[in-house]
Structure formats: structure tokens, C-alpha cells
Design a protein around this ligand. Structure first.
Ligand code: DX5
Ligand code: ZN
Length: 225
């Protein structure tokens, strides 16, 4: 049930294919793909052409695209074409959240909504939850890897877990909880105990020379929770 999603934001871009193969061999469950546009967030990364280029290296491991960009809908279409499996975006970047979610779902992909530290859970009305496969809780402000986990996020995850459980009881539909930012072997257990099951980690994996050991250390902490 627990998934580790290495963020390639901290990978060596000069050998991206090799970096991806390495973390998949080391046990990565998803490949997290951070799209930044120097507009919605103050940083610039990569787009659909890079997603298409890495697709052969990911084989059956899903590509989880995290859009920190605006406007969204044409970009969503480009990422669908480029082979994305999961797409999340920030509600502040979409003029019509339900339309953007429906667009992702209409092509059979899984859809997520990414909530910044200061963004309230109030946006999660039933009409939104009905379109969601996962909710991404940002535990840092979006834009950069290597930031410190904001501890208050743990309470937000607990609150969200309650919302997802209540929703499950009425619909039998499971919405997963992903957390992104500042995750490492020292805090992943607490984050899981709060209710998350998908863990994005960039620097905690790619800044280590032994990726096997880095992912094993994270997975080890998730044993016996
Ligand atoms: C931040 C990104 C994260 C980031 C995580 O805006 O969404 O995915 O790469 O990196 P670490 O694990 O280093 O905080
Ligand atoms: Zn991310």
C-alpha cells in the first residue's frame, strides 16, 4: 500500500534515463516529474518533450506528473500525449478545477489535486472528490527541492485522512494521500502514521550516491506501522 515516488528534480539531468533506471531498480514505485514554469512557481524545469523522452526508461513504472504551472488545460493535453500516467495540479493555477480534473480523467489517467501549505482542505467538496484519485499535500512551498518539511503538515494530513475515510464509507472509493517536500528517513514514519501512503522524495534519494540504500532506508521505516 505504501509507495515511494522519487522526484527527478534532484536527479542529474545530464543522465536522466540512467538515473531513472537506477531508482526503479532500487525499488521506486512511481517516478515523480515536477513541472515548474517560472510563473506559478519561481523556478523552471522541464515539460512534455522530456516526459516523452524518459517514457522508454520507466517501462511499467508510472510517471506521476506534478504540474506547478499555468495555464493548465493545454499542458494537461500535452502531458497525456507524452505518456503521463498520473497528473496533479494546484487549484490556484486552474480557472476551472473540475474541468481540468475531468480532462485528465477523460483520457483514462489518474487525477490529483496538489494543496500548498497555506491552501485549505475546504476545496475538497464532494464534486471535486468524485474526480480525484489522490490528493497531494505539499509539505514545503512548491518550487525547489531540498527544503525542510513543515511540521504542521502532519495535522493537515490527519484531517485529510478523516475526509477520505468518510468519503470511502459513503462511496467505497479510495482516494490516496501523497505528501511532497522534505521527506527523509527521519520523518517518513510520522507522515505515514498521520495517514499518507505515497511519499515523494527528491534530495533524500538523488543526493545519495547509493540509491538502493536510500530507498531501502525509507521503506524500512514503513515496516510495521
Ligand atoms: C517541490 C517539488 C518536490 C521536490 C521534493 O516543489 O514538488 O517534488 O522535488 O524534493 P525534496 O524531497 O528534496 O524536498
Ligand atoms: Zn512535486
Amino acid at each position: 500500500m505504501y509507495k515511494i515516488a522519487p522526484s527527478i528534480l534532484s536527479a542529474d539531468f545530464a543522465k536522466l534515463g540512467q538515473e531513472i533506471e537506477e531508482v526503479i531498480l532500487a525499488g521506486a514505485d512511481w517516478i515523480h516529474f515536477d513541472v515548474m514554469d517560472n510563473h506559478y512557481v519561481p523556478n523552471l524545469t522541464f515539460g512534455p518533450v522530456v516526459c516523452k523522452a524518459i517514457k522508454p526508461y520507466t517501462k511499467s513504472t508510472p510517471i506521476d506528473v506534478h504540474l506547478m504551472a499555468e495555464p493548465l488545460d493545454s499542458l494537461i493535453e500535452s502531458f497525456i500525449q507524452a505518456g503521463a500516467d498520473y497528473i496533479s495540479f494546484h487549484p490556484e493555477a486552474s480557472k476551472h478545477v473540475h474541468r481540468s480534473l475531468s480532462l485528465i480523467k477523460s483520457k483514462g489517467l489518474k487525477a490529483g489535486l496538489a494543496l500548498n501549505p497555506a491552501t485549505s482542505l475546504d476545496i475538497l467538496s464532494d464534486i471535486v472528490l468524485d474526480e480525484l484519485d489522490y490528493i497531494l499535500i505539499m509539505s514545503v512551498n512548491p518550487g525547489f527541492g531540498g527544503q525542510i518539511f513543515i511540521p504542521k503538515t502532519l495535522e493537515k494530513i490527519q484531517e485529510l485522512k478523516k475526509i477520505c475515510q468518510a468519503y470511502y464509507q459513503t462511496t467505497s472509493r479510495l482516494i490516496e494521500i501523497q505528501v511532497d517536500g522534505g521527506i527523509n528517513a527521519n520523518n517518513i514514519k510520522k507522515i505515514a502514521q498521520a495517514g499518507a501512503n505515497i511519499f515523494v522524495a527528491g534530495s533524500a534519494i538523488f543526493n545519495q550516491s547509493d540509491r538502493n540504500q536510500a530507498i531501502s532506508a525509507l521503506k524500512q521505516e514503513l515496516q510495521n506501522i
